[in-house]
Design a protein around this ligand. Sequence first.
Ligand code: FAD
Length: 408
Amino acid sequence: MLRYRAQDFAPIIYREGSTQGWPFAYDELEPWYTRAEKLYQVRGALGFDKTEPRHSEPFPFGPVLDEPAIARVRERLKGAGLHPFPLPLGIDVDKWLARAKTPWDAFPDTGSGKMDAESCGLSEALRHPNVELRENARVERLLLEPDGKRIMGVEATVEGERRRISARIVVLSAGAVNSAALLLASGEGGVANRSDAVGRHFMNHNCSAVLAIDPRVVNDSVYQKTLGINDFYLDDGRGGPPLGNIQLLGRVTAPILRSNIPRAPEWALSLLTRRSVDWYAMSEDLPNPESRVTVKGGQIHLDWKRSNWSAHEGLLKAFKEHLRAAGYPMLLSKPFDRRTPSHQCGTVRIGRDPKTSPLDPFCRAWDHPNLFVVDASFLPTSAAVNPSLTIAAQALRVADHIVETDLR
Ligand SMILES: Cc1cc2nc3c(=O)[nH]c(=O)nc-3n(C[C@H](O)[C@H](O)[C@H](O)COP(=O)(O)OP(=O)(O)OC[C@H]3O[C@@H](n4cnc5c(N)ncnc54)[C@H](O)[C@@H]3O)c2cc1C
């Protein structure tokens, strides 16, 4: 649960293009980052990462401790000139491990210590007596008032029955693909789409898994994922354009590896994975209007156009050089492809100009005063850190704005 870096809010020049930045600076969002870290009970420590943005308060909890095997990895990386920092995490590791000694990364919450949208966000919202959760409900389209300005409500299938739900304010939060698809499917030319930007600028990080293997050393860690590295985040380490972030993954096991190398025997894969330290390398994907979600004949089409790939290759090269220097002679890496778009965003972006962005800086549709789109769609840039804390911070900021401006 990392914050975007302050520099991510300003224009950045990359090897293969540039970003325009955000319609506001990091300091505008900072108070809500602090609130989001409290809501998600983020564990972390300040002062280890040179790219760290200003924090008005420390993390609500101290960092998740390195397991002994990972503490040794940290020292080896430091010896090779890197600056690993404690990865901010939404996990109560004692509670999680009390249930079973498994990694948590990519595991859904089991009610035992992992902070997610259900265990933190939804459960907090449901404490309010005026909040109702309707399960098995699928929104089919947004309904417009006859004047085409205000949103009347939504049409939804609830428990198999088609219903109309009216509302004074509609907040659409169906994720970067489904929010765009719903807007596009809800009217001629799409709802909130005067800019023709809905569905465009789809971004998804350029990511790779990197397995660093030292055949002499067994990695007996369970959860592993406590380190991040931002040495190549603001530049390439030599003053050139930024490359990205690196962080540990949850443990890669033989069955996981076998899905990528199906012919290899499991015992051989076990030999590798027991000795590997597993990393996740992430680089920014840049907004491109031709990278887009469209709806044709009721079907969602995703045409993701990767960008900035050479920065990602540069990140892998720089990281592998340091891993070799740290004593890991065997290095395997594999990019995540379009079947694993875990950080998708950008399709209904915020901006200052209604001609180029569907939403204003508070995620309110320029075209419809009672419509907000608050999910990963609003992100005007993908940065090169995991997105969920930034989405949560902006959601809290938008909610306060709705209350303060008495839009309710
Ligand atoms: C395996 C995996 C691991 C990840 N790990 C991290 C991580 O460590 N850190 C991090 O920051 N991010 C992580 N992410 C990314 C993060 O989960 C997403 O960026 C984030 O959840 C996006 O939030 P969202 O609100 O845009 O969409 P979602 O969280 O996808 O929420 C959208 C919701 O809308 C619902 N919905 C969609 N369409 C409709 C409809 N028509 N009607 C009704 N409901 C609808 C969906 O069911 C869903 O509940 C990970 C993602 C994956 C897949």
